[in-house]
Write a protein that binds this ligand. Structure first.
Ligand SMILES: [Mg+2]
Length: 277
């Protein structure tokens, strides 16, 4: 009996020790979190549906542009990343790495100038200019030389090489202060332009009404403005990142959350059918 309890104690210690080391090995890392993006990235890069949706957005934008018969100075406002260019290789590069987005890696990607055009974007933006309009690029790529972060030159070179029109000082509106875009949209109307339509992959690309950072607030704003989508606001699909993701993490200082917390929030905010009741 004594021997049995001794060996049971020994067994319990072995189990306790091995489960401790098992727990250490199983710590959830940023690499694990990055892995969760594989399917979204595969869809963006490999599905013909993604290409079709991009054509759909720019075809609709052309219809909408042609419908506008008002006289005077007219413009469209477009976001850049994941709206007119595809940066998915940047996120693809994070797969199997144990780090996430950073200013330094983003700068390296921007300076590589290898982003490709979203299908239909170059033709539509040139069409706007050929038919008398202006194109304003309102992007949160930073032009903040004081912070050693100025992506203006590399972004402009990338866009010019792809054949985008009006890539110049007047039309390129990078982020020099706040990430909020209303001031820059106001400066377009302030120059006497009527903004016929706006294009973006992020709701905040369209209106101040979408600057909220909670899932509930963002959903409500979409319901309030539902008639504007496909009309003045034209959305491009981005399942890789965006303000929607920050909202899943609860908004606020979401970026301070750990990889594990983020992964758990991704799962806990899903609607789930219970197979076993
Ligand atoms: Mg964007």
């Amino acid at each position: 009996m004594k021997n049995l309890s001794k060996s049971l104690l020994g067994l319990a210690m072995v189990v306790a020790l091995s489960s401790t080391s098992f727990a250490a090995e199983k710590q959830f890392t940023t690499k694990d979190l990055n892995e969760e993006s594989v399917l979204a990235l595969s869809w963006v890069q490999n599905s013909a549906e993604f290409t079709a949706l991009s054509y759909q957005a720019f075809n609709l934008a052309k219809l909408r542009w042609d419908m506008d018969k008002q006289e005077g100075k007219k413009a469209i406002v477009v976001d850049v990343d994941e709206t007119i260019i595809d940066n998915s290789p940047y996120n693809g590069g994070l797969i199997d790495k144990d780090y996430g987005y950073s200013g330094d890696t983003w700068k390296a990607w921007s300076e590589d100038k290898s982003a490709t055009a979203m299908p239909g974007a170059v033709d539509f933006l040139n069409y706007v200019v050929e038919t008398g309009g202006d194109v304003f690029y309102v992007t949160n790529r930073k032009s903040m030389p004081e912070k050693n972060m100025d992506l203006k030159q590399s972004t402009m070179e990338n866009l010019k090489a792809l054949g985008f029109p009006q890539v110049d000082e007047k039309h390129m509106m990078l982020r020099t202060g706040t990430s909020k875009k209303q001031e820059r949209r106001d400066s377009v109307t302030g120059m006497g332009y009527k903004i016929v339509l706006l294009m973006g992959d992020n709701l905040a690309d369209f209106d101040v009404a979408f600057d909220g950072d909670t899932m509930e607030g963002r959903s409500k704003a979409v319901e309030t403005h539902k008639m504007s989508f496909g009309d003045k606001f034209i959305v491009l699909p981005n399942p890789i990142y965006g303000a929607w993701e920050a909202a899943v993490y609860g908004g606020g200082e979401w970026y301070k959350k750990s990889a594990q917390e983020k992964s758990e929030l991704r799962k806990s905010t899903l609607r789930k059918f219970e197979f076993e009741k």
